[in-house]
Design a protein around this ligand. Structure first.
Ligand SMILES: Cc1cc2nc3c(=O)[nH]c(=O)nc-3n(C[C@H](O)[C@H](O)[C@H](O)COP(=O)(O)OP(=O)(O)OC[C@H]3O[C@@H](n4cnc5c(N)ncnc54)[C@H](O)[C@@H]3O)c2cc1C
Length: 606
């Protein structure tokens, strides 16, 4: 059975040599305890837990799935035990505030943990992931009383959390939420309605589940400005804060779905359930979205994770499986045939996976530094700092979430292809990675919605292109510094050209959109993908620059490691980055080619 190996060498290269996390942590209050030896120890322990406990449950969890009996959900065999180990290890509170029982480490440490857990076993990692969303919301918007009641058990992992937004009639357009919340004399609310697709909506891993629910007060304005946020626990806490009376929220059914079968996706019925308002009335969506940027970086991990996992397994297979002879002559003459790894087309697939996994990881770590500053701004009440970093991160998050999850699907599909017909057979796990990964481009905002957010909101509406100008300035400055190095020069020149083009494309779309509003939507997907390819090129150049320096002056890694970084940069610039030009052409084409057909004329089935 294939197993996951934590890519600790690549992680440490990025943390220590490319993005100077030791220096970064030294500037953070929360970084006081994140000294290099502690970070090393945490990564090592987390990697071991993921390899030895979570990875072995990945295939069996899919085979068995979750079960619903009498309104109670049971997770697959081994999940409860693994979760107990996770909770006992204090992993849930890694980046949570110390005053509520957490370890108070920087937010980025939590992302490193999430990356390894999510790669080893994404469906499992969803349970603690959703809890984290609930913890962040209560931490930022809850009253002190609510924090005292809910944060400690959530941080300890004794209780879990959910985020209940989606209803049958709406997922993207949350302005259509119908769930009702009626005020009661004691200050609580009675919630009635149905939520669908709720991840971790019910399970047997914890003694209680804290649902964070969007609902509408009786006199609320229509649309998104009339939605409030509520805490609805599965069991109401008693006066000691322990699990008390059963609340009126029940799992009506489990969704039967394509992948992530070990993650319970529930229809939740709220039948006069007791809830408690969190944050101001009618500002529920704002409260829900406060930490959305960090949550979306979390989902972007689901692009990198499957690329890494599928690559690890495909690489091992390609070294082992034999087929025909290499075109350039026998490579393993003693064997009946050469292994797959010697065929250029198999290399194309493997290197695409590698470039996506390592390039995507580097994009995440680059952004996680910004997340640390943003979170520190929030927790220290420094609104200016929080806003500054939220803006920077706000520009990057749709790129990370949209682009990396799309590429994650591509990488997972390539993994199946490397295995040939055996990739389509369940026992190897390759088809499961494809099924599990597919959800990543859908939830937490579909790729289409990320694209609209990037182009429509972050680039055109709020900054009139300023966000692109600011980001490309950083890239151009970096590229210019490396023009003199023989190895880096062609890539730096290409990147300089692209920064100019990115700005030009933005201006052209802005002008076109003044005459035709559909342009924002029709150009958005290509704009998002273009932005992703250029951002990843910048991140590969940063890795290459370090590799050149370390090859000359020595570093923490072997010569082979740094040479591989240069070879992968070359592959990325020469084989993947050219795709940006196809997106550039497409995004400038008029919206007419999409909109000219009447809806009735799109098919002629009658
Ligand atoms: C396995 C799973 C787990 C989930 N977990 C949760 C959870 O824990 N909590 C929760 O609340 N929800 C959850 N969801 C719901 C998920 O977030 C939604 O399915 C998602 O937001 C999309 O909403 P929708 O399905 O209603 O699609 P729709 O909103 O109907 O969108 C359909 C298509 O139209 C496009 N589209 C929609 N509007 C526009 C527009 N204005 N412009 C251009 N294109 C547009 C979309 O991009 C998409 O391609 C989960 C879903 C699944 C399948």
């Amino acid at each position: 059975m294939p197993v996951y190996k934590a890519p600790l060498r690549d992680m440490k290269f990025l943390l220590n040599e490319v993005f100077d996390y030791p220096g970064h942590y030294a500037t953070l209050t929360s970084g006081e305890n994140a000294t290099p030896d502690i970070v090393d120890a945490i990564l090592g322990e987390c990697g071991k837990f993921c390899e030895e406990v979570l990875s072995p449950l990945y295939l069996s969890g899919d085979e068995e799935g979750c079960k619903l009996d009498n309104g109670e959900v049971t997770t697959p065999a081994g999940y409860r035990d693994a979760y107990q180990q996770y909770a006992m290890g204090g992993w849930q509170g890694l980046s949570a505030p110390e005053e509520y029982g957490g370890q108070g480490l920087p937010a980025s440490m939590g992302l490193l943990k999430q990356e390894m857990m999510g790669t080893a076993n994404w469906p499992f990692s969803m349970y603690p992931g959703l809890s984290l969303g609930a913890m962040n919301t209560i931490f930022l918007h809850g009253t002190e009383d609510q924090k005292q009641t809910y944060l400690a058990p959530l941080t300890e992992g004794r209780w879990a959390g959910t985020m209940c937004l989606t209803e049958p009639q709406c997922g993207t357009d949350l302005g259509q939420v119908k769930t009702k919340a009626e005020p009661q004399a004691d200050g609580s609310y009675r919630l009635t309605g149905t939520k669908i697709f709720i991840s971790s909506g019910d399970h047997d891993l914890t003694e209680n589940i804290v649902h964070i629910v969007l609902a509408r007060l009786p006199d609320a304005p229509k649309g998104t400005r009339g939605i409030s946020l509520f805490i609805v626990p599965k069991f109401l806490p008693d006066s000691n804060g322990d699990v008390g009376e059963r609340n009126g929220v029940v799992c009506g059914s489990l969704e039967k779905k394509m992948g992530i079968k070990a993650s319970a996706t529930c229809v939740l019925n709220f039948d006069g359930a007791t809830g408690f308002l969190i944050g101001p009335e009618n500002e529920g969506l704002n409260c829900m979205f406060t930490f959305m940027n960090t949550a979306r970086i979390g989902t972007a991990i689901q692009g990198v994770g499957p690329a890494e996992l599928s690559y690890q397994w495909a690489l091992a297979y390609a070294k082992d499986r034999r087929s025909m002879r290499a075109l350039s002559g026998k490579k393993e003459p003693d064997q009946v045939a050469d292994s797959l790894i010697h065929h250029a087309d198999v290399r194309r697939m493997l290197l695409t996976q590698k470039a996506i996994a390592e390039g995507g990881r580097a994009m995440l770590y680059y952004s996680a530094r910004l997340a640390d500053h943003m979170v520190e701004g929030f927790t220290e009440g420094d609104d200016k700092k929080a806003e500054k970093y939220d803006d920077k991160l706000g520009f990057l998050t749709p790129i990370l979430k949209g682009f990396l999850t799309e590429l994650g699907c591509e990488a997972a599909n390539l993994g199946v292809q490397v295995f040939g017909g055996h990739g389509y057979i369940r026992e190897h796990g390759m088809e499961q990675i494809v099924r599990d990964t597919r959800i990543a481009t859908l939830y937490e905002g579909t790729t289409g919605i990320q694209a609209l957010d990037l182009l429509g909101r972050k680039v055109l509406l709020t900054t009139q292109g300023g966000a692109v100008r600011e980001f490309t300035l950083n890239i151009a400055n970096f590229a210019r510094k490396h023009l003199t190095d023989k190895r880096l020069r062609p890539w730096a020149l290409e990147l300089l050209k692209l920064t100019g083009q990115w700005n030009l494309l933005t201006v052209r779309i802005m002008l076109a959109a003044r005459k035709d509003r559909d342009v924002v939507s029709s150009a958005s997907y290509d704009f998002l993908m273009y932005s992703g390819y250029v951002t990843m090129a910048y991140i590969w150049l940063r890795q290459a620059a370090v590799a050149v320096d370390k090859l000359a002056n020595g570093g923490e890694e072997s010569t082979g490691f740094y040479q591989a970084k240069l070879a992968t940069t070359e592959f990325y610039f020469e084989r993947l980055l050219p795709r940006a030009q196809s997106h550039a052409t497409s995004m400038l084409s008029p919206s007419k080619n999409l909109m000219q057909l009447d809806a009735e004329d799109l098919a002629f089935t009658g």
